[in-house]
Write a protein that binds this ligand. Sequence first.
Ligand SMILES: [Zn+2]
Length: 392
Amino acid sequence: MLRNFLNRKFFILFLSLHHFLFAQQHLPDSFLVLKNARNTLQVLCSKSHFGRGYTRNGLEHSQQFLLQKLKFGLPLFNGLYVQDFTHPVNTFPKHNLYILNDKEYSAGYKLLPDPATASLKGTFQLHMLQNGIWKDSLHNIQLEYRRKLTHSVSTYSALPYKFYTNDSTLKAHTTINFKINHNAQVISQFKNKNLGCYVKGSLYPDSFIVISAHYDHLGGIGKKVYYPGANDNASGVSMLLNLLHYFSNHPCQKSIAFVLFSAEEAGLLGSRFFTEHPPIALSHINTLINLDLLGTGEDGMMVVNGSIYPELFTTLLKCSAPYKHLSSQLKKRGKAANSDHYWFTEKGVKSVFLYTMGGISAYHDPYDKSETLPLTAYYEIFSMLKDVIEKL
Ligand SMILES: [Zn+2]
């Protein structure tokens, strides 16, 4: 993996020299677009942004960084670049300790609290109930074997105290001694923000194309372990910023709004709030293109709602024809409540959600890192979206 990455770097260096000498007038080129993407990924996935979540000021750091970038456009929310909203969320802000049969298990990597699990401290005896599930019924504690530990965000805490482990050797044990100090805290009114700007259309300023991506991720567990969320969704955010950079210099006939939603991982909360308090009338949105998980592309790209809007899918298909990862591998499916386009679709706005397929399998785990994100079809998608937006 590392070796390939270094080879890539040399290739990019070669490309950059080539472009520096021969093609500066055609900027932005693939080198600049990928460089911008790598920079954005590196910042958003860094430890100080702490998984763009609800502890250690993670979301706040991302907001500060992104607001600077959005200044390329005009403020979207009645003279502001931010739309405030609040929601409850369960967090794990403090140090945690998980010891199973005298062995310590690292949070996120070997042992995962369910996102809704409340604080729990003590030593408990768990008994195997069925293969891979252990319980202490008296104290309402449950441990479950899962091959992969996939984290998420909960807006509440609930019983039982639930934990997951990916250690298959535990399956040989009918009894597990569980020593635990798990710290959780529900924040009842977390102050969150959607961010957005727009580029005014030259001919139809009241008609909007909306490009959206969620910038939040899962945050962290305790003080050290965090979820970088490179593919999900620093990749989509970086694509949105690349498009904003381009269209702020090349406005279209229609206006283009660039919206960064928050609290997607907590249940599509930012986009729901946006559709309930739209800064532009939803009837003025010509098309919404939502970007989430754009960091791979080895197996092409999926268009959610592609089969609901065949005309739009045909446009996407036409514009992806020149690109090798997209041309024969642009797939479509129907409705799905799996990202921020959902509320718009439900309210009758023509909307699609694009995500890449193949490549790495890191998803909602601490391995979704910027260093290992391949960005296989990234520049192809950028070029395709540029063409699509110009045609809408
Ligand atoms: Zn996600």
